[in-house]
Each structure stands twice: as C-alpha cells, then as structure tokens.
Ligand binder design. Sequence first.
Ligand code: HSE
Length: 410
Amino acid sequence: MTRTNLHIGLFGFGVVGQGLHAVLERTPGLRARIGRIAVKNRQKHRSLPAGLFTFDKNDLLADPDLTVIVELIDDADEAYLIVKEALWRGKAVVTANKKMLAEHLPELIEIQRQTGTPLLYEAAACASLPVIRNLEEYYDTDLLESVEGIINGSTNYILTAMSRDGQPYAAALARAQELGFAESNPALDVEGFDARNKLVLLLAHAFGAVVAPTDLLAVGITGISERATAYAREQGLIIKLVAEARRLPGGGLAAAVLPTLVRPGHELAGVHDEFNGLVMQSGFADRQFFLGRGAGAFPTASAVLSDLSALTYGYRYAYKKIHQHAHLALAPDAAEVDVLVTFGTEAAPDKADFSAVHEELRSATRGNYLTGTIGLGQLARAAWLRAPGVGVVRLAAPLRAAVAVPELVA
Ligand code: HSE
C-alpha cells in the first residue's frame, strides 16, 4: 500500500524525536505531518504545544487518522509492544530501536509477512548511512563476501578522543553522553552490545541469517588495557571497535564484535569521532566503503525521514536473502581469529584454547600479553575472556576459516 500523505503518530520526543520534528519542518516536499506525540515524562518542559502530546499510547495506536507510527523511545520492551500492536493494526512503522529489533527480529519479520504492513528501520544501523536498504536491495545479485565496520558512534567517539586528544576514558564517555550519542544505559555502547544488535540487522539483510544477539561474540572497549594501547602504538596500528560478518569458504558465517587493531591505510582507520564506516566486500564489485555520522539527532532523523519517504512509494523489506540463502548459518567453530590478549596477575588465558601461540611476554612493570590464533567459538566460550584484568583485541587480520589440525598418528 502506498501512503502519499503520512499522518504520523510519534512515540518519544528525545534527541532523535526532536531531530525528526526539526527535519520534517524543513522537508515540505515530503507530505508528512506529526499528528500526535506520546511521551512518558509528565514534568518535562517541551517546545511544542501541549495539545500535541499525550501520555497514553492508545491515543496513537487506536487513532485511525494516524497511518504511520514512528517509534523513537528508549525502552526496548515497551517499544516491542508498541511496534507489534501498530503492525497488527495495519499501521506502517518506522523505528530506530536496534535493541528491540535485534531481540525480536524473527517474530517481527513474521508479523510483517502475515499483515503485509511495512516495518522500516534504516536509522537502527549506522544512523545516517544507508546500509540496510543497500544490503537488502543493491547487493542481492552480487555475492557479498563480508561486511566489516565501525557501527557504534559513541565508542568510536571515545576511542578517538582518547587516542587523538589524550582525553581520559571517563571524560570522553561523559562528552559522548552530553552530545546525545550514547544510549541512556551507556554500558550498551561500551560493552559492545549496541554494535552487536546492529550486527544482527546487518546479518539479516546482508546474508539472510536471522540470529539472536546472544549468538554473537561481543567484546567492548572497557577491557582495552594500557598494554594493548602501547602494543598498538609500537606496531603503528589503531584500535577501533569493529563488527564483522564474513562468509566462510566452506559455507557458514563468522561474525563478531571485537576491538581490533587497524592498519593506517585501512578505510576504517580514517573513521573518527562519532562517524561510522562500513566496508562491503563482494565478488564482483570488490570493496565499497560507506562513511557518515553514526549517531546524533539529525543524522539519525535523516534515516527516519528516508524511511518515511520510502513508505510513500510503498516500499517494504522483502528479506529476499532469507529465502535465497536459507542454508547460511553462523559457524563460529569453523572460524578462527588472531588476537592479542593482555592480562594481569589475577587471571590468564588458557594456552590450550589456542591453535597457535605466536608471542608471549610477561613483565612485572609493563604487564603481560600473548598473541595467538584461536577458534571464534572457543574464544566465545572461554571463561578467562570475562575474568578480571583480561582484555582481548583482534589483530589486524580478518576472521577466517579455521585450518583443520591434522590428527597425530601414533
Ligand atoms: N548509541 C548509539 C551509538 C546511537 O553510539 O552508535 C546510534 O545508534
């Protein structure tokens, strides 16, 4: 169904909601108007007339005049209920809620199939970068080999502020919060969970693999030790939080979010501040690189706006690759990764978990580290990974198929 005049019921009037309102004011070509806004906090002063706001979600969901719901609230559980209800009522939905989407993607795909009602979420992955629709539409006939990127703006802002400007971690995080980049629970950013949620969306649209966030290994930036930072400096490399999904030659997919040592010439090395960058590698097109603002009011609102515009010509995700590539599934035990593990005196990595240990250094003054190759599944299962003082950074090499170790013949 095309929706030429969009009457919007907006949930949430925070950073992105206000950004969307401002962006719509400046986009008269799109015949869209916000009819009603549902908010939670009764005390907050708001810049728009009080009559526009309601505290009851049903004022929006049950209003037949509001044909589109834009969901921009913080609470993923509440967002899930709103989005589901709206879809069942035949209202198109645009959302930026990556946590909610990642946790409920199979059900939300099924509801779209049953109702024929579109659910669009370009803003949920990489904010202003048009990656979801591109992966869904553009790369459908080419053989996509990998997507690899910086897909969380806050952590990239923090890592840039620390390495380029010498800011301490806490000050950089506080600034990312002030600027409206961070989640209201910033642990989602710094522990790698936000990037993992976005990776779930990329996997569905790039490879047709619908996975649960908990199926993916995610290591954030809080465990990056001074030793790891010094190692990076000595090697002339830059630490970035990188999400990667890669098709393995033997079939299956390897995917993870890991702090990663990036070479200076790599596209991702030039992604600074809250910018996001995504490199797509495909069989015939070769490498392509998207770069743009990955967080903040206007960049996120621009993607919501693009989804609203897409609704006016009847666009919906077909999830083509889920049908085309039904066989593609995560295979963490068929993949391996090269890592730097730094550790203190309390815990150490179990060397038996590694298929090869390349370097090992123990120093009472400079801290301990080892570098080695380990199975991706093995790394995800390793208890020492979450032990105090242990930090893991991926070395500057992609995830790859594990080389089978020949059995020893007695
Ligand atoms: N907290 C998110 C980030 C917001 O920093 O990337 C945009 O999704």
